[in-house]
Design a protein around this ligand. Structure first.
Ligand code: HEC
Length: 179
């Protein structure tokens, strides 16, 4: 390779570097990126520390269960209640297990079985197990009653929960009217 050829190579390198620089410069002139005033991703970070034991279970906003209850299948709900049977009985006057007997729980007060050893969290909740509260509790117990002893991860499908609640509703001498 002689000096002339080397020169040609060098010239090619220099001119391509120059071309890239010029193109970059022109591109910068043509395109003006505008900075957003505010991030599009408006992520809210709660500064509330999660309650102990409430393993980052953010309370989920659920749709009202009423419309699903209207077409729910209590028989299918009875089958779904097998998920709960390791801890709960469902018959009138049935024994408490790990969890309280669930006869007549719909529309009843929270911690409805006198004498069952509820957690302080549930004992002190003081509310009524209406349809939506039950729905939310079955979906994610710890989100509804932080500190509950009910060690159940939650039933995901809204239809399954509606069927289950429709079944729970039948477990009463005078079932509550549907919402
Ligand atoms: C691993 C055991 C376990 C399983 C499984 C379980 N539960 Fe429970 N459940 C409990 C315990 C324990 C409590 C009492 C919680 C407390 O005191 O905080 C409870 C409480 C409840 C209560 C509140 C009762 C009241 O008197 O206030 C309802 C309603 C309930 N469970 C429904 C269900 C349903 C429905 C299922 C199935 C989808 C289920 N549970 C599965 C253990 C369980």
């Amino acid at each position: 390779m002689n000096a002339y050829e080397l020169n040609k190579i060098f010239g090619a390198v220099v001119s391509s570097v120059l071309a890239v620089t010029v193109i970059g410069f022109l591109a910068n002139m043509l395109v003006h990126p505008t900075k957003l005033e505010k991030s599009v991703l408006d992520i809210k970070v709660s500064d509330e520390a999660p309650a102990a034991g409430a393993a980052a279970a953010a309370p989920v906003a659920l749709d009202p269960v009423g419309p699903l209850l209207a077409k729910a299948d209590a028989e299918a709900g009875k089958a779904a209640a097998k998920n709960c049977a390791s801890c709960h009985t469902f018959d009138k006057g049935g024994k408490n297990g790990v969890g309280p007997n669930l006869w007549d729980v719909v529309g009843n007060k929270q911690a409805h079985i006198a004498g069952f050893g509820y957690s302080p969290a549930l004992q002190g909740a003081g509310g009524i197990w209406d349809f939506d509260k039950l729905n939310a509790f079955v979906a994610n117990p710890k989100a509804v009653v932080p500190g509950t002893r009910m060690a159940y991860a939650g039933m995901r499908r809204a239809e399954d929960r509606a069927n289950l609640i429709a079944y729970l509703r039948t477990l009463s001498d005078s079932p509550k009217p549907l919402p």
